[in-house]
Design a protein around this ligand. Sequence first.
Ligand SMILES: *Cc1c(COP(=O)(O)O)cnc(C)c1O
Length: 462
Amino acid sequence: MSVDLLRQLPGVDTWLASSHGLALVAEYSHVEVAAVMRAHLARIREDLRSGRQTAVPPLESDEYAALLRAELLARRADTLVGVVNATGIVIHTNLGRAPLADEAVAALAAVAGHYSTLEYDTESGRRGSRGKHVESLLCELTGAEAALVVNNCAAGVLLALTALAGSGEVVVSRGELIEIGGSFRMPDVIAASGARMVEVGTTNRTSLADYANAIGADTRVLLTSHPSNYRVVGFTARPSPQDLASLAHERGVAFVHDLGSGALVDPSFAGLDPEPTVSDCLRQGADIVTFSGDKMLGGPQCGLVLGRVDLVEKLRRHSFARAARIDKLSLAALVATLKLYRPPSDPWQSVPVLRMLGAPVDEIGRRAAALAAAIARCDGFEARVTEDVGYAGGGALPMSALQTLSVEVTHARLGAADLARSLRTFTRPIVARIARDRVVLDPRTVLPGQESEIVEACRSIR
Ligand SMILES: *Cc1c(COP(=O)(O)O)cnc(C)c1O
């Protein structure tokens, strides 16, 4: 019986050649239509075998063609789209880390649709350098001797180790063999560079003598990394960066510090946990400092490598630098973001990430109250303002819980998981947190003007 039914199913090619099939191929590509048909045939075959279906559906009907057409349209929906971040996590890696300032977006757009002076000197009419647009600005802002920009911090670390250590040794503390989400694991990065890792100290305590004893004739780099997303607390010890710098320089090895989040301004200014800035690290003696452009800096994805001019030049000349170079769109956005750190601009106001991190609680409270009132007016909704904590996220300030005021939302017919899902699948997805079995919206990370989108989404939920 089922074998007979299976025989009645057409092959993909036969279905494609039918009048409905040809009509669909006129609207969508052969590849797309064939993929949708193949999935349908597989499902029907499975249903017939298992007895879930006892007849072959009318594949060559207008109704069935309409079904396929709807699926073909849905398949073409964009998957990379803007979202409203209501999680309160400012540097949310899964949501694209730092949203750019308007100035950076404009600079990016200006370069995107035009030819540009990317590597062109208008004065001489000759080839110019990609780096000149940004390197002196970075040195001006951080006090670095030299700068190099690559496509992300991971590439910066890999380039620094590859160019400076070669097949020699990299000495690193067991307490700093970090993993940043998304497969950046320090031991693997060192291995990928071709250098040999020499671990010193213990998980919680490493002394200057541990480093000193490990440095030998093959040692090229002394590597430290910032505990971006964890803390070792309790019975701990690590030498000061100044002592490490003196040791490295006495023994003729390079001191590389992977800073990761890389703040240009002191976070404690906004009441956040103090954290060494890029300038601090350089002043304390690091020869090379690496950090991300899209974390605390608040710019586009890129990796910044700052430090001693002779070492930066070595990196620049390495063939891997070409493979990791920054693209023109990110470069334009980076320059525009960095300019926001120059007076009279106040980066705590003009760089979105810093503005959100430094937002006063009473301001967040006012926004939360207005949002709660508007949501409470939507059919089936209840909303109230509640004390809550947010996080910097993105490998920055892991212990810094940000005191905040959030909007706790409940719906008469939907549980927290279903309500969160409805918000996530709105035209522009709204990403919330679930806490205490409630949907929680933190206005800190909701960009200006996006509150109305949240209210519109709530109004559409029945
Ligand atoms: C985030 C981070 C990295 C990786 O930076 P990407 O820009 O994502 O490549 C490396 N090291 C540290 C310490 C970090 O915090």
